[in-house]
Design a protein around this ligand. Structure first.
Ligand code: ATP
Length: 304
């Protein structure tokens, strides 16, 4: 039996370029791995079976669409294993459809867990290629830390980072569909008259001020540089997020943004005590289902 712990991510910068002919957007995506994470346990089984525990377990699909099951089958197929046997249990703390790449995290964790259970010793480079096949956010969950993702987000470059940053995540009731948020981003750009195609919107670049703040461990500067081009779209689809962002900021957060495609909101705090206070204030504010104080960066998927 192998248990793998895997982090959620927050995008400290999510620059969204125009809509490409293949339906994807070019991104300047600075991923940051946080200690709020899932645990995936792989044990011997027949076929690929799944169970899930945790507050959101009821909304996690337990069929072959689950990214953990898809990861197990993809790894098996890569090694020519015709009839893979594994039971995967997901202990889920990452909010589902929350913009924190929880499904992708479970996919990455399942790759690592099945690789160990089946004693395959797959090279890390190969695991990264299989991860990119599963989805744009899966490779980062293998790598962790802080990384720049280009292309759809799957081409990763680790970034230097100093020290620990303290975060609070406000979890909303119900999720947002990532494709729907990208469509709303395109729609808002059309409405504003800027156009939404890749000839209208410049390919985004990472913000030098944000990269410097990470490298220097400067939470105040990082807070000032937090940026998410999907935030207007997420707030447009879920207007109540404006009140959540305001509640965390009024409680003393240094900075706030929607995490990825939302609806989870992320707040940067000065230190662990400030993060605990912001989380308490958010829970009391009635603007979210719950709030968690956590920290990062932390490493990617690894056996515990
Ligand atoms: P991202 O930030 O990468 O856009 P997300 O965090 O918003 O993703 P996920 O939690 O990954 O969203 O879930 C999106 C959908 O994926 C869910 O609604 C669910 O149907 C499906 N899904 C597949 N596998 C999983 C999994 N292991 N855990 C949660 N959802 C999963």
């Amino acid at each position: 039996m192998i248990t793998v712990r895997v982090p959620a991510k927050v995008n400290v910068q999510l620059g969204v370029g125009g809509l490409r002919a293949d339906g994807f957007h070019d991104l300047a995506n600075v991923f940051f791995a946080v200690a709020l994470g899932d645990e995936v346990t792989a044990s011997a089984g027949e076929g690929v079976t799944l169970t899930c525990s945790g507050p959101d377990a009821a909304v996690v699909p337990l069929d072959d669409s689950n990214l953990a099951a898809r990861a197990a089958r993809l790894l098996a197929a890569h090694h020519g294993i015709a009839d893979p046997g594994v039971h995967l249990h997901i202990d889920k703390a990452i909010p589902v459809a929350g913009g924190m790449a929880g499904g992708s995290a479970d996919g990455a964790a399942a790759l690592v867990a099945c690789d160990a259970l089946w004693q395959l010793d797959t090279p890390h480079e190969t695991l990264l290629e299989l991860a990119a096949e599963l989805g744009s956010d899966v490779p980062f969950a293998l790598v962790g830390g802080v990384a720049l993702g280009r292309g759809r987000g799957e081409i990763l470059e680790p970034l230097p980072v100093e020290g620990t940053f303290h975060w609070v995540f406000a979890v909303a009731d119900g999720g947002l569909s990532t494709p729907a948020v990208f469509r709303e981003c395109d729609r808002l750009r059309e409405e504003a008259g800027t156009g939404s195609g890749d000839t209208d919107v410049a390919t985004p670049d990472p913000d030098p001020a944000l990269l410097a703040a990470l490298a220097e461990g400067d939470a105040v500067a990082l807070a000032a540089a937090l940026a998410n081009d999907l935030q207007p779209a997420a707030v447009s689809l879920r207007p109540s997020l404006a009140a959540t962002l305001r509640a965390g900021t009024e409680a003393g957060a240094l900075g706030a943004l929607v995490s990825g495609s939302g609806p989870t909101c992320a707040f940067l705090a000065k230190d662990a005590d400030a993060a605990a206070a912001v989380a308490r204030a958010l829970r009391a504010s009635g603007t979210c289902r719950t709030a968690h104080a956590t920290y990062g960066p932390v490493p990617g998927a690894a056996a515990v």
